[in-house]
Design a protein around this ligand. Structure first.
Ligand SMILES: O=C(O)CCC(=O)C(=O)O
Ligand SMILES: [Fe+2]
Length: 361
């Protein structure tokens, strides 16, 4: 492996392993998992709730080839990102062999004995590895989940302490999956640029050879699903997120018009969402929407979130091709690296990142 230019973007205090905690078959959970800081996670299954839009990537590509006028699928993509910030992606073209292999390997990783998984534990001041997301104080409430976070691009940012200690078969599956998904992400990003009237070249340049990571989330069964949460309400501090649901258990909910809407992944679909950076790049047209993951009593749940960001050294702000006479920038500019560092500082203060970047008028 070539020499690493690594960054440690915010660390996490050590907290108990939730998978091990769940194995004790407690009928109560420790107080730090009782989420008095969150809205109640369970919602009634209201049949009148809307469902997130579905986008067909093949339709989007066909349209591009025929160079049609502003197409229906492109308009649907744009509308999904303006009104929901989320959509399901079907006909994405990634082979089921690649996806099934990834699912199998991720599932197998979490089934390893704790000591094996701890070969890639997070280190103090570095969120990368096996552990938990962003634990910054001993009082902070905790998610009912463990996770493995790995940087997948650029090559120079891959950490030998993680890569050299992952099971070979997981590392291989991850690399193939990440490379295939990168191509899908770029196609979506191009569609997102077209939908805005932003130059496709500007979007490409921002995200080409960008900073990318995979977060594999493991949510064990929980004896108190009505008070615990797998992933607290948050928006993603990313460009684009593409989520793969690994097993059949659902749990993702998206905030839409003030309500929590559950997501039922279609077979072979990915769930895609706009992150904070794209909200800023789109000058507020697209929305980085809050979402959360609930847990349940009987089944564990596994998901893989892939995060696509511009290069750490890139500066983000409203796309230059969107700004002009009568179109003022609504957000400040910031480098991606500053943004990540700022994000961890802000997290402690509980401030929304996108709002903090808004230019005051
Ligand atoms: O597991 C899920 O459904 C959501 C995960 C998520 O929001 C994240 O990893 O950012
Ligand atoms: Fe998320």
């Amino acid at each position: 492996m070539e020499e690493s230019v690594q960054v440690a973007l915010g660390g996490s205090l050590t907290v108990p392993n939730v998978q091990e905690l769940a194995k004790q078959r407690l009928d109560q959970i420790p107080p730090r998992y009782i989420r008095t800081d969150q809205e109640p996670p369970l919602i009634s299954a209201d049949p009148s709730l809307p469902t997130i839009p579905v986008i067909d990537l093949q339709n989007l590509l066909n349209i591009r080839e025929t160079r049609g006028s502003f197409s229906t699928e492109l308009e649907r993509l744009r509308s999904a990102c303006v009104n929901w910030g989320f959509f399901q992606l079907i006909n994405h073209g990634i082979s089921s062999v690649v996806i099934e292999k990834m699912k199998q390997e991720v599932g197998d990783f979490f089934e390893l004995p704790l000591e094996e998984k701890q070969r890639v534990s997070q280190h103090p001041n570095d969120a990368e590895g096996y552990g938990h997301t962003h634990i910054t104080s001993h009082e902070q409430k905790l998610n009912w989940a463990d996770m493995l976070f790995v940087t997948t691009n650029p090559t120079s940012a891959k950490k030998p302490r993680i890569y050299d200690n992952l099971p070979d078969s997981l590392r291989e599956a991850m690399e193939v999956y990440a490379a295939e998904l990168r191509a899908v992400a770029m196609t979506i990003l191009e569609g997102l640029a077209e939908g805005l009237g932003m130059t496709v070249g500007e979007m490409r340049e921002l995200f080409e050879d960008g900073y990318e990571g995979l977060r594999m989330n493991y949510y064990p069964p929980c004896p108190r699903p009505e008070v615990a949460i797998g992933s607290h309400a948050h928006s993603d501090t990313t460009g684009l997120t593409i989520l793969l649901q690994v097993n059949q258990t659902n749990g993702l909910q998206v905030r839409h018009e003030g309500k929590w809407v559950p997501v039922k992944p279609l077979p072979d679909a990915f769930i895609v969402n706009i992150g904070d950076m794209l909200e800023i790049i789109s000058n507020g047209e697209y929305h980085s929407v809050e979402h959360r993951a609930t847990v349940n009593m009987d089944d564990h749940r596994i998901t893989v979130a892939s995060f696509f960001n511009p290069k750490l050294a890139a500066e983000i702000g409203p796309a230059r091709s969107l700004i002009g006479p009568g179109k003022v920038p609504l957000f400040e500019r910031i480098t991606v690296e500053e943004l990540f560092r700022d994000f961890f500082a802000r997290l402690i203060k509980g401030k929304s990142f996108v709002e903090s970047m808004r230019i005051k008028v």
